[in-house]
Design a binder for this molecule. Structure first.
Ligand SMILES: [Zn+2]
Length: 221
């Protein structure tokens, strides 16, 4: 009798913890916007989503979709938009990224030609380990770069990190989403890349395409 009860309990617990990758891929790909056909450039994003101990994704599909929609809006002046090329999932230890070694270890999952974006639940700020970061663009090797986004990030975190991906440092332009200083003016909903930042990203974009770090895609219908 005792053995039966244990077996039932185990079954129930693994059943609730089993993640349904196929269903979650459908949920994400149906939620996210695609490249806008009128843009000159369409680049792919490979989403790697961490799971918690219960098997849940660290971020909801709608949250991911809002990040991508904001990125596509912010990159209009660069005549560029993004769409999801692939979705995969990370084991539970990636639900929290603690240090430089853990960031770098994600590079083994990169396969090139699209931008790898890793969603975690908690991203430690490696320069101030007692606190956290919203996101980071982490350089690996010669021209490799991967993006990590925390579920604690703000609505423009992916757009900000893509700014880093295309070569931008943090800036002091009041209007810029690359300016990390707290300020009221202009309000967050009016912030964008400053014009000199758009100009600065153009040659970096061209170089990354030429060196095949990223490949131009056809917009999905
Ligand atoms: Zn930054």
């Amino acid at each position: 009798m005792r053995a039966v009860i244990v077996a039932v309990a185990l079954c129930a617990s693994t059943g609730s913890a089993r993640a349904d990758d196929a269903a979650d891929i459908v949920a994400i790909t149906q939620a996210v916007p695609h490249c806008e056909a009128k843009r000159a450039h369409c680049f792919g994003l490979r989403f790697h989503v961490a799971r918690t101990e219960t098997g849940a994704m660290v971020v909801e599909p709608a949250w991911i979709a809002a990040q991508l929609a904001m990125a596509n809006r912010q990159f209009e002046p660069l005549d560029t938009s993004f769409q999801v090329a692939e979705v995969s999932f990370l084991p539970v230890d990636a639900a929290r990224i603690d240090d430089r070694a853990e960031r770098t270890s994600l590079a083994t999952r990169m396969k090139g030609t699209v931008i790898d974006v890793f969603f975690t639940g908690y991203l430690v700020d490696v320069d101030k380990p007692e606190t956290f970061a919203y996101g980071v663009t982490w350089h690996v090797g010669e021209d490799g770069r991967l993006i990590i986004i925390s579920g604690m990030g703000r609505d423009r975190t992916l757009a900000h990190e893509l700014g880093h991906f295309f070569g931008l440092p943090h800036s002091k332009y009041a209007v810029s989403i690359m300016n990390k200083a707290p300020r009221d003016d202009p309000p967050p909903e009016q912030r964008r890349f400053a014009d000199p930042e758009i100009a600065k990203m153009k040659p970096v974009l061209a170089r990354l395409v030429k060196s095949k770090v990223i490949t131009e895609l056809t917009p999905l219908p």
